[in-house]
Unconditional design. Structure first.
Length: 509
């Protein structure tokens, strides 16, 4: 019973709870609905307020745009009006110019008609003048024209003859100068003043009986020796001496060596002569190759072609005014390298050019031409650099310098050849030659002072300007040159420079 009461109470409580829940929920829902309605009303009110603001802003923007459009239209209208006024003014100016041009054209046409009338009048007057001249001179116009052409032709022929004579005279002078240069070059190559010193070799004999054995029966031994060596044997009354004469120093050395061997051996006959000469040639060739290699090593120029080394070695037996050419080439190479290093030039090219600058002298008696040109051809044949070829070809200024190394080689060559004692000349002889040069120069009237420079290769002469004019200065230079050539013996050539200076000096006080 009690349980039923409890259960009924529970059910009653649950039902009351549910009812209360529905009531509370309904109240809460009504309250939420009211809140939503209030919020929606507020949103609608705000939206209407914003709509009014936007409508006002739109109206303001519309008014602003209208004002801007009206202002822009006003500006455009003003620009159009200004442009229209300018166009109207331009049209007026063009009309004025057209009127001016039309006026000028009319004046030009009038002027052309006037000129045409004047031209016709001039033509008529010219014809009348020609008729009057023909009547006065008795010549027709064609005859006068022919006479004028003849006169012009005669004058042109006269001028042509004068020009031809001037060209012929200048060509003759240049030909004489070229001939002198060729003669000087030939004299330098042959070295006429030192021919006896440079073209003979003396071989001493143990006794005069050896001369007969060298000559042989009917001269067959001496002919065989001369034919095998290419040199001349001079056997005269000089006791115990045989002279070998020839321009080729290598052949003279071969003959000297062969003759020395024959004299030491004692067996002298044509067969033996040929055998000994061949052995001597082989020994000389070996010495030449070793001399060339040593010179290249001393100069610091490795890698030369074997043919050039051989030609370089041949200079061991060549002298120039008493100076050994091979030693001169090595010395020139050292000097050229030093100068090139100081000037910032190509040291190796200057060194090779200095070593090979006289290589043409090894074959200059076999090949025609100056030794500088021959040496340049040899260097070019063996693919030497252009700087080396130009240095060899231009060291006597027979061609133009094309690089800085070429004048360096020339200067080094001059230094090596011109220094005192380089060419078989004692200091006393050298100083005496300089004194003689100055004495010859100062022996002429009008000379104030003279100076021998460039190791005696140039004489500079100062003259008194009140006694010597420009023409006399040229004549004085020629006279001094002629007297030097007649009075002195010297290697190479000597340049004579006459200096005439006029100074005007005043003092401001």
């Amino acid at each position: 019973m009690d349980a039923l009461v409890v259960a009924g109470a529970a059910v009653l409580a649950a039902a009351v709870g549910v009812a209360v829940g529905f009531v509370v929920r309904g109240a809460w829902a009504g309250q939420s609905l009211k809140s939503a309605q209030d919020k929606s009303a507020r949103i609608v009110a705000e939206a209407r307020a914003q709509q009014k603001d936007m409508i006002l802003e739109a109206k303001d923007e519309k008014l602003r745009l209208q004002r801007e459009a009206e202002e822009e239209a006003r500006v455009k209208r003003a620009e159009m009006q200004s442009l229209e006024r300018r166009l109207i003014a331009r049209d007026e100016q063009l009309d004025q110019r057209a009127d001016l041009l039309e006026e000028k054209s009319r004046k030009i046409n009038d002027r052309e008609r006037d000129l045409e009338r004047e031209r016709g009048e001039l033509t008529r007057l010219s014809q009348e003048r020609v008729v009057a001249l023909e009547r006065v001179s008795g010549l027709s116009a064609e005859d006068a024209k022919a006479m004028l052409l003849d006169a012009i032709r005669d004058e042109a022929e006269h001028d042509a003859v004068k020009l031809a004579r001037s060209i012929e005279r200048r060509a003759r002078e240049e030909a004489q100068e070229k001939a002198r240069e060729i003669i000087v070059t030939a004299m330098q190559r042959v070295a006429a003043d030192h021919t006896a010193e440079h073209t003979v070799t003396v071989v001493h004999l143990p006794s005069d009986e050896m001369k007969g054995r060298i000559i042989g029966r009917e001269g067959r031994n001496i002919r065989a020796l001369e034919q095998a060596t290419g040199v001349d044997l001079i056997i005269d009354d000089t006791p115990e001496t045989v002279v070998l004469s020839g321009f080729d120093p290598v052949r003279r050395e071969t003959a000297r060596l062969a003759l020395t061997k024959l004299i030491a051996d004692g067996r002298i006959h044509p067969g033996r002569i040929e055998e000994v000469v061949n052995k001597a040639k082989a020994e000389v060739e070996l010495v030449i190759r070793q001399a060339g290699e040593q010179a290249a090593y001393d100069a610091g120029v490795p890698g030369l072609p074997p043919e050039m080394v051989k030609l370089l070695g041949r200079l061991k037996y060549r002298t120039s005014y008493g100076q050994n050419v091979l030693l001169h080439c090595v010395e020139t190479s050292h000097l050229a390298a030093i100068i090139a290093a100081e000037l910032g030039a190509d040291v190796q090219a200057a060194k090779i050019g200095g070593l090979l600058h006289d290589i043409g002298k090894a074959v200059d008696h076999e090949v025609e031409g100056p030794h500088a040109a021959i040496g340049a051809q040899i260097a070019q044949k063996h693919n030497m650099p252009f700087k080396v070829v130009n240095g060899i070809a231009a060291h006597h200024q027979e061609v133009e310098f094309s690089c800085i190394e070429a004048p360096i080689v020339q200067v080094a060559d001059a230094i090596s050849a011109s220094r005192p004692g380089a060419r078989g000349e004692t200091m006393e002889t050298y100083v005496k030659r300089l004194e003689d040069l100055q004495a010859i120069a100062e022996s002429f009237t009008g000379v104030e002072r003279s100076f021998a420079v460039q190791a005696g290769r140039e004489v500079r002469i100062l003259v008194r300007p009140e006694e010597i004019d420009d023409l006399s200065a040229s004549r004085l230079a020629r006279d001094i040159v002629r007297k030097i050539e007649d009075s002195l013996t010297y290697p190479g050539q000597i340049k004579v420079t006459v200096i005439r200076e006029t100074r005007a000096v005043e003092y401001a006080k």
